[in-house]
Design a binder for this molecule. Structure first.
Ligand code: ADP
Length: 482
């Protein structure tokens, strides 16, 4: 079997167009939602695909034992319907339902059916026969056939005009698709007999791409842009709500702090005997009032601190601070707590370089870590180590307490998160301490991390730059694994 140059051209051009149609068809069917518009687009591409395949088969009529008339009829019918569905799709894409689009849509479908019926009763193309060019067949158009072809050309021109006038600017660009299909007809009538190059298939490929581009853009890319916009709007709303919440929290916390201080203050005066002597029960109850009042006050203070950090209102008052003095004063303050629980409190640090820090906040960091270590340890000891390393001071707070599971290493730094978050939990606390501690360490340009084994104890590491630095310059955590 010898394959002529023309056949090679026809197969290549129609193959290319078929591949483009199939690719667009699959993209729209698989990636875009199953809307009517997409189904219409898919139908248009399937018809184009069928047309290209029929054209390819049309070059091997003898070899495949096909009926030349039927093969031609199939190709011509598919081309006719490609032009009609192209218009129907464009109207759907533009959401344009006018009398003209309805007439062109329904009228086109009915006319197409009549055309096909006439063709299959041999009234459109007759005398289809092989030409001297191997693989090529030729027929004669009857008067009806010529009229139908003229109507089809007119339909394509009308499609281009109607689409060009549509209201939706996205759809208007589709007007070029029928123009290229028309050029395809012109080329098959004028250029084909001279050049025997299948420009028609290539022009139809352009037509398919013109149709596909806005669909893909609209279905695949535009939804992302719309989503992005929606997210931005939601984000702005969330920011506004969050700032209102912050303001409310600040106001409430300040309102709570004053009466709380006065409750604690007066209770302490009563306990001190200023208003007469107390019996043991009275003293015990008042101690409970003070203890709970202080817990509440700490919670209020923590909430205010966190709010100030989150809204960027907390400014560090840096100066040169002695780390060893700060640690020592914190340990002195908590020593009674450790002694009460029968825990050893070990100090393992020498003279450390002074660092640029906010002393009050450094104290708060240390107090949170050491108080937690004591709170979550029942026997054994709490050890605080510190040493200078390159340009940072690293502090370690180690306990022999209950430990923390590795999957909680991150969550415990989140606000209001505790390892045991049940309502019957054994340990008091708000779950804000570590959140604030981490933020304060980071404000200093440092890092905090931990190592822990459940049942054996934990070590919290804090590294702080000796001289004032940006967060990126500080020492990175060495390890956070158990
Ligand atoms: P809380 O007020 O609950 O102590 P924190 O933010 O300070 O809040 O700590 C959060 C949680 O992390 C604690 O509730 C506890 O579950 C866990 N945790 C913190 N420090 C330790 C520690 N040294 N040993 C064991 N668990 C700890």
């Amino acid at each position: 079997m010898t394959i002529s140059t023309t056949t090679t051209f026809v197969v290549a051009a129609n193959g290319l167009t078929a591949v483009i149609a199939a690719a667009l068809l699959m993209l729209v069917l698989w990636q875009a939602p199953r809307r009517r518009m997409n189904l219409l687009f898919a139908l248009t591409m399937s018809i184009l695909l069928g047309y290209c395949v029929a054209n390819i088969f049309g070059r091997f009529i003898a070899e495949l034992g096909l009926d030349p008339a039927h093969t031609t009829y199939i190709a011509v019918s598919l081309f006719g319907y490609f032009t009609i569905t192209m218009f129907v799709f464009a109207a759907e894409f533009a959401h344009e339902r006018t009398l003209i689009t309805e007439i062109m849509g329904i009228g086109g479908i009915v006319a197409g059916l009549l055309y096909i019926a006439a063709m299959w009763s041999d009234r459109v193309i007759v005398n289809i026969h092989p030409t001297s060019d191997p693989g090529s067949y030729q027929g004669e158009w009857t008067t009806l056939g010529q009229t139908a072809s003229a109507i089809l050309a007119g339909y394509l021109i009308a499609s281009a005009v109607v689409i060009h006038r549509m209201k939706d600017p996205r759809a208007r660009v589709l007007w070029l698709a029928p123009v290229f299909a028309l050029l395809g007809i012109v080329s098959s009538v004028i250029l084909w007999p001279i050049t025997h190059i299948p420009f028609q298939a290539l022009l139809l490929a352009v037509s398919a791409l013109i149709l596909g581009r806005p669909v893909l853009y609209d279905q695949l890319f535009n939804p992302l842009a719309t989503l992005h916009k929606d997210l931005e709007a939601v984000n702005t709303e969330l920011k506004r709500a969050s700032s209102m919440k912050s303001q409310f929290l600040t106001d409430m916390s300040h309102e709570l702090r004053t009466p709380l201080n006065s409750i604690i203050g007066y209770t302490e005066l009563v306990m001190g005997g200023m208003y007469g002597t107390l019996n043991d029960t009275q003293r015990d109850r008042l101690e409970k009032v003070v203890r709970n009042g202080q817990t509440l006050l700490k919670l209020v203070n923590d909430a205010i601190d966190l709010n100030r950090i989150e809204t960027g209102q907390l400014m560090l008052e840096r100066r040169l601070v002695s780390v060893s003095d700060t640690i020592s004063s914190v340990l002195d303050a908590v020593e009674p707590l450790a002694i009460n629980k029968g825990l050893g409190l070990r100090r393992d640090y020498g003279l450390l370089p002074a660092i640029s820090a906010d002393e009050v906040r450094l104290r708060q960091i240390m107090m949170n870590l050491v108080a937690n270590a004591i709170k979550f340890t029942h026997k054994g000891s709490v050890t605080v180590r510190a040493h200078a390393l390159n340009n940072v001071v690293r502090i370690e707070v180690t306990d022999t307490g209950i430990g923390i599971a590795a999957d909680k290493f991150e969550t415990i730094f989140q606000e209001f998160k505790q390892v045991d978050d049940s309502s019957t939990r054994e340990y008091e606390g708000s779950g804000l301490g570590l959140t604030i501690t981490r933020r304060l360490v980071e404000l200093h340009g440092g890092h905090i991390w931990l190592e822990s084994v459940v049942g054996q104890g934990s070590t919290f590491f804090v590294s702080l730059p000796i001289v004032e630095s940006h967060p990126a310059e500080a020492e990175a955590p060495v390890s956070a694994a158990a």
